[in-house]
Design a protein around this ligand. Structure first.
Ligand code: ZN
Length: 257
């Protein structure tokens, strides 16, 4: 089913950016969060620098207290500075290079805006600077690119790394179980139900791929490309460049074992 964004419960609305692609699915999800009846909102991942998209986000967001970034990939953060300028607010992220007038995000911190409480959950792996945001009031976790609405994510080697990614998936799974999180709101693709099942599936998928990479190496694959051709034979070749990035992360992980 095609994802088009829209309302997600009483606290959130997703405005879909017009940048669909193999890696971005239907486009980047820009999430606008606001407590019911509150005047100010929080915008997560303004998305690419596309004027019509930023204008649509501004219309839906009204007064914006702050812009938050799940990580520093351009399809999430490229439009952040222009949007913050238009909204008259700051930008917060883990990576200091995107900050505007605000402090960097820190793990475990709770961001409060007009009755909205968002907890920052560090989730390095897809990138070193990846975070999720826990919105307990909506029983939802915003996952950025750590978990996507469809398919699987990429470990963006060398910035991203597999060891931290597997650790993040495990701790997010524990968090979702402990806090009874009922939905994942990803950076691309549709809202996901059953977070614990989804996160468990992500981790198993990664471990399965690792086994396949080990087997490909044992069978004589000499480099990342040969591993991709063997392990990702079932995947559309347009995704092979992305797969090669993930394979490099897996080879690095195996070398460190
Ligand atoms: Zn990304």
């Amino acid at each position: 089913m095609t994802w088009t964004g829209g309302a997600a419960g009483a606290y959130a609305r997703c405005v879909l950016a017009p940048n669909p692609g193999h890696m971005t699915l239907e486009g980047t999800n820009t999430w606008i969060l606001r407590a019911p009846g509150a005047s100010r909102s929080v915008v997560v991942d303004p998305g690419p620098l596309v004027e019509e998209h930023l204008a649509a986000v501004a219309r839906a967001a009204g007064d914006v207290a702050v812009v938050l970034l799940t990580h520093g990939h351009p399809d999430h953060c490229e439009g952040a500075a222009a949007f913050a300028d238009r909204a008259g607010c700051g930008v917060r992220s883990v990576d200091q290079q995107w900050l505007i007038g605000e402090a960097p995000l820190s793990d475990g911190e709770v961001i409060e805006v007009d009755g909205l409480a968002l907890r920052v959950v560090a989730s390095p792996g897809h990138t070193a600077d990846s975070v999720c945001f826990l919105l307990l009031a909506a029983s939802a976790l915003l996952t950025g690119d750590t978990v996507l609405g469809r398919g699987t994510s990429v470990v963006a080697h060398p910035d991203g790394a597999l060891g931290p990614y597997l650790t993040s998936l495990r701790s997010l799974q524990e968090l979702c179980a402990a806090r009874r999180v009922r939905q994942l709101w990803p950076g691309h693709g549709p809202v996901l139900e059953d977070p614990v099942v989804v996160l468990d599936g992500y981790r198993r998928h990664r471990e399965q791929r690792l086994e396949q990479v080990r087997a490909a190496l044992a069978a004589g694959a000499a480099d990342a490309l040969e591993v991709v051709q063997s392990v990702y034979a079932d995947v559309d070749p347009v995704l092979w460049p992305a797969a090669e990035v993930s394979v490099r992360a897996q080879l690095e992980y195996l070398r460190a074992e």
